[in-house]
Design a protein around this ligand. Structure first.
Ligand code: KG4
Ligand code: ZN
Length: 328
C-alpha cells in the first residue's frame, strides 16, 4: 500500500492507495477554512495550517484504510507545482516517513495527479485520451498517451477557477467562488446578460478569462446596490455559463482535432454541475467516452497523487533526501 500526501495549496490531504494506483483505500481531506475571510489563499497561513494538521490527517488516512505505517510500502508526495511553503510541509513529512522505514519515495506532479483521478473513477481507463485540467491555478488541455502528457493549449491569463473566484468576490459572494457562483446562479437566466467567451472563435486550443472578468466589473458599475442584488442570480448564471462554454468548446475541439475517443476532465472546476451536464450531453451526442471523477476526486486530494504514483519514477532510499519542492 502506498501512502500519498498532497499539500500544494489550501487542502491538507493524505490517502492510502493500492500500488497499481487504481483503488483508494482511504482519502482524507482537511480543507483550510482560515482563508475564507481573506477571499483567497494566503500562502503563509496555508503553510502553518498544513504544519498543524498534516500529522492528524495522515493518521486518519492510515486508520481509515485499516493499517498503520508498518503496512506502507512506499510514499508518494506532490512536489510541484504549488505554493512553495505549502509543498515543503508535505515533502518534509513524506521524506521523514520514507526515511524512517527505508521506503522509496515517489515525487508526483500535481497536474498529473489531477488527471490520474480519472483512473480511480474508472479503473479500466487507459490512454490515449484528451484531458482538460481546470482548477484554481491551471487551465490547460493535454494529449495523454502511454509516454505522458503533452500540452495542447492553455489559458493566456487567469485559470478558470481563478476567474470564478474573482467573479464571486466581485459579486460579494464567498470563497471558493466556484460553488458559490453555482449556488447563486441556480434560479438565474444565463441569457439575460451577455458575457464574452474568451477566444471562442479563434481556431486554437487556448483560453482567456480576463475579458469576462472585466465585463462583469462594468456590468456591476452600471448597477446600484439594489439593482446588483436583484440581478445577482442572472449575473452569476451568465458568468458561470461563459466559463463552462469556453471550457467545453475547447475540449470538444481538442478531441475532434486529435481524433480522440475519450476525454477526461479534472481539477476543482470539474466539480461544476453545469460543466458536467453540458459535457455529458455533448459527448453523448458525439459518441465520446467522458470521464469526470466524482467531485471529491476533482478538487485537491491525495488519492489522485497516489493514482499518479505508478506513472512517476520512484526514487530509492536514500537518494530522495536531496529532493526539493518547486513552485512551478
Ligand atoms: O483543483 P483545486 O481544488 O485546487 C487547485 O489546484 O487550484 O481547484 C480549486 C478551484 C477553485 O477556484 C474553486 O472555485 C473551483 O476549483 N471549484 C469549482 C467548484 N468546486 C471548486 N468551480 C466550479 N464549480 C464547483 N462546484
Ligand atoms: Zn489542484
Amino acid at each position: 500500500m502506498i501512502l500519498a500526501i498532497e499539500t500544494s495549496c489550501d487542502d491538507t490531504c493524505a490517502a492510502v492507495i493500492r500500488p497499481d494506483g487504481r483503488k483508494a483505500l482511504s482519502n482524507v481531506v482537511h480543507t483550510q477554512t482560515e482563508h475564507a475571510r481573506y477571499g483567497g489563499v494566503v500562502p503563509e497561513v496555508a503553510s502553518r495550517a498544513h504544519l498543524e494538521r498534516l500529522d492528524g490527517v495522515i493518521e486518519k488516512a492510515l486508520a481509515d484504510a485499516g493499517t498503520d505505517l508498518e503496512g506502507i510500502t512506499g510514499v508518494a508526495v506532490t512536489v510541484r507545482p504549488g505554493l512553495i511553503g505549502a509543498l515543503l510541509v508535505g515533502v518534509a513529512a513524506a521524506k521523514g516517513i520514507a526515511y524512517a522505514r527505508r521506503l522509496p519515495l515517489v515525487p508526483v506532479n500535481h497536474l498529473e495527479g489531477h488527471v490520474a483521478a480519472a483512473y480511480l473513477a474508472q479503473p479500466d481507463l487507459e490512454p490515449p485520451f484528451v484531458a482538460l485540467i481546470a482548477s484554481g491555478g491551471h487551465t490547460a488541455l493535454y494529449s495523454v498517451n502511454g509516454e505522458g502528457m503533452s500540452l495542447l493549449g492553455e489559458t493566456l491569463d487567469d485559470a478558470a477557477g481563478e476567474a470564478l473566484d474573482k467573479g464571486a468576490r466581485m459579486l460579494g459572494l464567498g470563497f471558493p467562488g466556484g460553488p458559490e457562483i453555482s449556488r447563486a446562479a441556480a434560479n438565474g437566466d444565463p441569457a439575460r446578460h451577455e458575457f464574452p467567451v474568451g477566444l471562442r472563435d479563434k481556431n486554437n486550443l487556448d483560453f482567456s478569462f480576463s475579458g469576462l472578468k472585466t465585463s462583469l466589473l462594468y456590468k456591476l458599475k452600471a448597477l446600484d446596490e439594489d439593482g446588483a442584488r436583484e440581478e445577482l442570480p442572472h449575473l452569476a448564471a451568465g458568468y458561470e455559463h461563459a466559463v463552462v462554454e469556453a471550457l467545453s468548446r475547447k475540449l470538444l475541439r481538442a478531441a475532434e482535432a486529435g481524433d480522440a475517443q475519450t476525454v477526461v476532465v479534472a481539477g476543482g472546476v470539474a466539480a461544476n454541475g453545469l460543466l458536467r451536464r453540458t459535457l455529458e450531453e455533448e459527448c453523448g451526442r458525439r459518441g465520446l467516452r467522458l470521464v469526470i471523477p466524482p467531485p471529491g476526486l476533482c478538487t485537491d486530494n491525495a488519492a489522485m497523487i497516489g493514482a499518479a504514483a505508478p506513472l512517476s519514477r520512484a526514487v530509492p532510499f536514500p537518494e530522495y533526501l536531496t529532493l526539493n519542492a518547486r513552485s512551478v
